[in-house]
Design a protein around this ligand. Sequence first.
Ligand code: BGC
Length: 348
Amino acid sequence: MQAITVRPHVAGSARLEDIAEPPEHDGDVLVRTLEVGVCGTDDEIVGGAYGAPPPGRDWLVLGHESLGEVIDTPVSSGLQPGDVVVGIVRRPDPVPCLACATGEWDMCRNGLYMERGIKQLDGFASERFRTGSDFIAKLPPDLRSVGVLVEPTSVVAKAWEQIERIGARAVWQPRRVLITGAGPIGLLATLLAVQRGLDVHVLDLVTDGPKPRLVREVGATFHSGSTAEACSGADIVLECTGVGQVVFDVMRSTSPAGIICLTGVSTGGRTLGVDLGALNRDMVLENDVVFGSVNANRRHYEAAVQALARADREWLASLITRRVPLARWSEALQRDPTDVKTVIDFTR
Ligand code: BGC
């Protein structure tokens, strides 16, 4: 079967090649791949900056944002051939740590977790993949056209769950939220914020293209000015750029008892002059919380499916700005300024 493979830490090594059918030890559910989404993590892996191959070899099948159709499955899985599914990315560490032992692999404590298409496990960018029935999310059939958005939505569903758990530390009636970055993660975080009835503001550098329109259409306010201005009065910030200056600016600008959730994986290597003493004082005196959030467990995939099922289908569809047939896969890895979510179509 055809698969997009990459040699992690070798820039430009991604290629489309024939590999063996998925091995049985990957799991008892065999899935035909329909679509695979491309995100910043894939860019980093393809650029040689991130990722790890399975033990014993130097290459990895790419792809962690999947959408597929079940071909074959044991009756005990509760699935049937034809079901529309998404593969769960992370696998618990083998020790396992307390979090992984209880199904909260997204909170792995020892860093020995594995991730499909990212860290030591083949991804989903092959014509067929296998996975265990514990690591799959079933979608209502009518979500098929936008189902590739489930994985990135699971990441923001986790972030929102964590924000709400932190908010519950004291009496809390958040009103205003700022989302920094109007990429797919920022826009999906915006959707989940609007669904919570909040006054939602989104900050991005762009002033044209699809992003300002998508923000307005979902019911939020778009900003392209200064971070401090957009952040003014925000009870919650969901930081989705990973840009050091933006992270610092939002840390300085939230309301008292503000909660800042960091979701962007920065590349590092840039330094900023920061008055940490003043920042520390402000955070202490205002009971502010800054925390990081990554990945998602089964509960978050289920929340993501529910959130997408409640959303306007046309709006969701317009987040997918480009579908590239598998034969032209490399075009999907080239960024266009008007892209929101690019998807590789395995059915064409
Ligand atoms: C994926 C997550 C993953 C993270 C870090 C993200 O792009 O969506 O599932 O945990 O990268 O590897």
